[in-house]
Structures are given as C-alpha cells and as structure tokens.
Write a protein that binds this ligand. Structure first.
Ligand SMILES: NC(=O)c1ccc[n+]([C@@H]2O[C@H](COP(=O)([O-])OP(=O)(O)OC[C@H]3O[C@@H](n4cnc5c(N)ncnc54)[C@H](O)[C@@H]3O)[C@@H](O)[C@H]2O)c1
Length: 455
C-alpha cells in the first residue's frame, strides 16, 4: 500500500483541476457542519474542506472525534487519511467537542448519522431524531440556517421526523435532502466527483444555497422536492441490489443448464436496453446499505398495505446465495468436517475494512458449523471481522491463509487477490480447490486448480 499522501495525490491527479479549491472559490466559502463522522460524514467533510469550504466535524462518539482530530480515519478508505491530514493542517476542517457552538456558527448543517435496521427490518430513525434535536437546541437565536439530510431516509421521513422537531423548537430553518451515492472503497473520489447531485428542497432559495456550495463540482444537478430526493436513493439501492440478485438467479440457472454465464451476459449486453454493470454473479451483496435499505423498503411498503414481493425475493435469494460457494467446495471435498478452508476477503468487498453484513460472516459461520477449520485473511478488515466471528483463525498474509488449505473461497475483490496465480494455489494449498465468489480470477489461467465460479 502507498502512503496516505501518495494515495491522495494519485486520486487528485485523476480529477480535473476545477474540482480542487482554487482562488476563485475562496470568495464563496461556506461554513458547514457535518454531524456524524462515519464513512459518509467524514468523507463529505474532507471533500468540502478540499473544495475550500470551512468545515466542522461533530460526532457523539468521543473516541471517533479524537481519532479524526489526530488525522486518523477510524476506517480504511483510499486517499482519506491524506485528505484528512491536509484539511486539518490547512485549518479547513476542525473537529469539536462542543456541538452547540459549531452548529450555531454554521450556515449549513449536514446530518450524516446512521439509519440502521430495527430487528423487524424497518428503518431506525432514532439517531436522526437525536441529531435533529441537537440542531434545534443550538439554533434558538432566531437566525435562519439550512439543514441538509444526507443520511439515507425513507420517503416522508423529513416531513414526519425532522421538520416536526425543528418546528416544535420554534427555530427558523430551510430544509433539504441531499442523498449520498458514494461507494465505499472509492468514497473520496466519488464525493469529489459524484455522478450526480440530487437536491430535494423545500423552496427555490434552498436549492440556490446548495448549488453555490457545490459550485466547484462539475456533475449533473437534479433539483426535486424533498420526498422525491429521499425516494431516488432508495430506488437506486433497490435497483442495484436487484441487479445483483438477478445476476445470481441467472448464474444459478446457468449452472443447471451447463452454460457459461459470462458468454450469456456478453450476448445479453449487446441489447442496448440492458446495462451489464452490476450483473456480476457471486456470493451476494453485503455492506451497510443494500441489505438494510431494501429491508426498510419492504418493511415500509408492507406497513402501508403494499407488499413488495420482488424485493422480498431479492433479499431471500441474497440470504442463501453464499451457500452455493459452500456447495461447490463440498462437491470437490465431500464432508467439510476437519477440512482447512482459507477464506480470502472478510470485508463486504475489496478496498474497505467495513464488515457490516459482509457475506464472509455467514460463509465463515456455516463452515465452522460444519466442523471446518476456517483461516481468514483480509488486508484491512481482520479486527472488525474477528469481533463478529471469533472462531475464525487469523492469517497474517494470503500465503499464510492458503498454506496447507484443502479449499479456498474468495469472498472480496481486493486487487491483491486478483493477482493470485494457479502456481500460488498449487504451491501453497494441500489440495488446490478454489471457489471464486467474486469473479476476479480468469478460469483459463487456473491450470492445475480445481477452480469454480458461480455460473
Ligand atoms: N456507508 C456507505 O457506503 C453509505 C453510502 C451512502 C449512504 N449512506 C447512508 O449515510 C448514512 C450514514 O452512513 P455511515 O455508513 O457513515 O454511518 P455510520 O453509522 O457508520 O456512522 C454514523 C456516525 O454518526 C454518529 N452519530 C450517531 N448519532 C449521532 C448524533 N446524534 N450526533 C452526532 N453524531 C452521531 C455515530 O457515532 C457515527 O460515527 C446512513 O443513512 C447510510 O445509509 C451510507
């Protein structure tokens, strides 16, 4: 891995210079507070600071605040550490303990707190409600400011949760929803150069304020009402999750028909109506967004008298898809009890240390339940994963994980894994049985390996 500053420089090299703060922007500096310094909030804070705005970061988690204030992101994201250190050094970003002062001093406040699933799958609006209360308490001086919800919230949430809190406090406010579309693993790049900016606003003046904030970003801007912007985010995640399950369904059928999925997709993708992106089959989707957001849609639809059966099926298929990787191992090795299995990639995908809803979790638990000895390796997610599945042995390298293994499942698409060769597997493993759960290796180059992919 290169140094944080090298990573940031590499990332900036690939961006048009207009995205980086220049003298022109200084006249339009906004004073922004970011509430919640998770992957979304911290990336947003660093991106706004990089664009020349004056940013204050707020979080209820004291440990997180002090890590970020020292220039240490609490999670791994390419380029983020360099960007954070630079923003702190240039005093464009500061992290505060006293939330109220910062909220009062800002003209625009972004809420980037989590919206996790409740046990029944519905969206938990508790953190959003609490954060809005903090804002309302700080804004009692009569000055009108803009509150922007960046968290993913169900259509109607701003009207039913956020607005009533501000109105009850009697504070003047403008309100907007600005959903975030960044992809973990390339979060800063996406925040600096989003494919679109969606602004759901309560009135035209709010759109003008936010357009000015984003003026250095050359991306298409869509201005809508609040509820539409809330819906765009859910529709996006539901569609992307559905594409993954659709690809898995087709690939599973290809297995039964004995045809090669890739060839089928090649033919399908020639149809101009079908975009082949995200139609890669494997062990299913995970992460902090797709599963929880599709579950929240299903719960909200059902509670309102409409049962979204398609999305229920998307989730159900995803829940069991990891089992196909285990079935492929079993086909080669028979009973897995006592077998040593290397699990490569513990985060929900490559280039991140986020293990939330990672497919590595059910895979590991299932293998352990069958009596296998699982040796896991991930370049960034070892600690987070060990907390979830302590029974998995920790390897310090890919080589250590593969050494003496009877089988291997590739679960995340880290670049280091895609450089593995047939020779590596044959040399290191007791029996070279490999299931590529992310389609990152070329089967044609896997001579001597009992190599499998789904589809
Ligand atoms: N992670 C992603 O890739 C991604 C992408 C797009 C959208 N989103 C959405 O953005 C939102 C945030 O996602 P995340 O992954 O960054 O969340 P997260 O849960 O990882 O981080 C949220 C942060 O907010 C802090 N927080 C909670 N309540 C607070 C309060 N009252 N005051 C101050 N701080 C508070 C927490 O301590 C935490 O540090 C979610 O709604 C998520 O669905 C996430």
């Amino acid at each position: 891995m290169c140094s944080p500053i090298q990573e940031l420089d590499e990332l900036r090299k690939n961006l048009p210079t207009t995205f980086i703060a220049g003298p022109r922007l200084r006249r339009n500096v906004a004073t922004v507070s970011i509430v919640g310094l998770g992957p979304v909030g911290l990336t947003t804070a660093v991106a706004f600071a990089t664009q020349g705005h004056q940013v204050t970061g707020i979080d209820i988690d004291e440990r997180r605040r002090s890590e970020v204030a020292r220039g240490e992101p609490p999670f791994y994201e390419k380029g983020l550490e360099g960007g954070l250190k630079r923003a702190l050094r240039q005093k464009r970003l500061k992290i505060v303990d006293r939330m109220e002062d910062a909220l009062r001093a800002s003209t625009i406040v972004f809420l980037c707190v989590g919206t996790p699933s409740k046990p029944d799958g519905s969206m938990d609006d508790g953190p959003l409600r609490d954060a809005t209360k903090s804002v309302a308490n700080a804004w009692r001086d009569g000055k009108a400011r803009t509150l922007v919800v960046k968290s993913t919230v169900l259509p109607g949430t701003v009207e039913s949760v956020v607005r009533p809190v501000l109105e009850a406090a009697g504070v003047p406010f403008r309100i907007a929803v600005n959903p975030e579309f960044l992809r973990e693993g390339r979060a800063l790049e996406d925040a600096l150069r989003p494919d679109r900016i969606v602004l759901g606003v309560d009135r035209p003046g709010t759109a003008r304020i936010l357009r000015a904030l984003y003026r250095s970003v050359r991306s298409p801007v869509l201005v809508t009402d609040v509820r539409t912007a809330e819906s765009v985010k859910y529709a996006t995640n539901a569609l992307l999750a559905s594409k993954v399950s659709l690809a898995n369904e087709l690939a599973n059928l290809c297995d039964y028909f004995g045809v090669e999925y890739d060839e089928v997709l090649r033919g399908v993708a020639l149809d101009p109506r079908i975009n082949a992106q995200f139609l890669v089959p494997g062990v299913g989707f995970g992460g902090s967004c797709f599963p929880k957001d599709v579950r929240a849609l299903v719960a909200a639809g059902t509670a309102n008298g409409y049962r979204p059966e398609l999305f229920e099926a998307v989730l159900a298929l995803n829940d069991r898809q990891y089992g196909r990787a285990i079935a492929l191992l079993e086909k080669e090795l028979g009973d897995l009890a006592g077998r040593r299995i290397a699990l490569l990639g513990l985060a929900f995908k490559g280039n991140t240390d986020d293990v939330r809803e990672s497919r590595a979790v059910p895979i590991a638990r299932d293998l352990v339940a069958r009596g296998a000895m699982v040796v896991g390796y991930d370049p960034a997610a070892m600690d987070g994963f060990s907390k979830l599945v302590p029974d998995v042995r920790r390897a310090k390298s890919v080589e250590e994980a593969l050494k003496g293994a009877d089988g291997c499942i590739l679960q995340a698409d880290w670049p280091a894994f895609s450089r593995l060769t047939a020779k590596d597997f044959v040399k290191l493993m007791a029996s070279p049985v490999v299931v590529d759960g992310r389609r990152i290796l070329d089967p044609k180059k896997m001579k001597g390996v009992r190599f499998h992919r789904i589809g």
